[in-house]
Write a protein of this length. Structure first.
Length: 239
């Protein structure tokens, strides 16, 4: 809070700042009896990402075994956003495999938890949606180009295996407010709405899960290191 007074012959405003979470929700804790000018700041257009560091790692061995089995048939491989690497060509969740069934059951609960986060207590419910997924395997030098996932409402990545000591390999989410964010002037502080234009990296780790709005553009950085980076990506659509 700024103290009231004068600087030279200009009055200094006494400003009490609060932060509210919604433009139509008035700030609750502004001092009513104060003579201060009350203002509020509010974040608008926040992008929500669901991050779980405790995914179903007990399924990883089975998922890796399935991946190895699928890779023995070259008809299962396709090229989408991947620059190098292996990309499963079909819907993983259509496979009649116990490990896939269990994986789907866990992922559905995570998607449901994310959706219900935005409902008030007493309004949480079970939604009807469908997951479609695929496996990605990247080795050193492979990457995935910038893209988003049209035709669905949430997308996700679960990391089955991230090599020890991997350098790079992050998923980069691009600032969705457009390239202009890289052009703003700043008065010398890190303003929360000024981006670099290149995106925010999130380093993967075995067993981690990210769920994000399908329109949020992302790419996967190439990496250096031994071994394979195995992930399962999936989309949620209205069933
Ligand atoms: Fe993607």
């Amino acid at each position: 809070m700024e103290r009231g007074g004068f600087a030279g012959n200009r009055p200094i405003l006494k400003i009490e700042m609060t932060q509210c979470s919604h433009p139509n929700t008035p700030p609750q804790n502004a001092a009513q009896a104060s003579a201060a000018i009350k203002v509020a700041v509010m974040p608008l257009f926040s992008t929500w990402i669901y991050r779980c560091e405790h995914g179903p790692v007990h399924l990883n061995a089975g998922l890796e075994e399935l991946t190895a089995r699928l890779r023995t048939d070259e008809r299962n491989s396709t090229r989408r956003t991947n620059a190098g690497g292996w990309h499963y060509a079909f819907d993983l969740f259509e496979l009649q495999e116990p490990v896939v069934e269990e994986f789907r059951a866990v992922m559905e609960q995570h998607v449901q938890a994310f959706l219900n986060h935005f409902r008030p207590e007493g309004k949480k419910k079970r939604d009807t949606f469908r997951l479609r997924g695929w496996i990605n395997v990247n080795r050193a030098g492979h990457s995935n180009l910038l893209h988003c996932h049209p035709g669905c409402f949430l997308s996700a990545t679960y990391y089955v295996r991230v090599p020890e000591g991997m350098k790079g390999g992050e998923i980069y989410f691009r600032d969705p407010r457009g390239p202009a964010v890289a052009m703003y002037e700043t008065p010398g502080i890190d303003l929360p709405w000024v981006g670099t234009g290149v995106g925010v990296p999130i380093a993967p780790a075995t067993g981690h899960l990210l769920i994000f709005p399908s329109w949020l553009e992302h790419r996967v950085e190439r990496f250096e290191g031994e071994g394979e980076r195995i992930s399962i990506a999936f989309n949620a659509t209205n069933a």
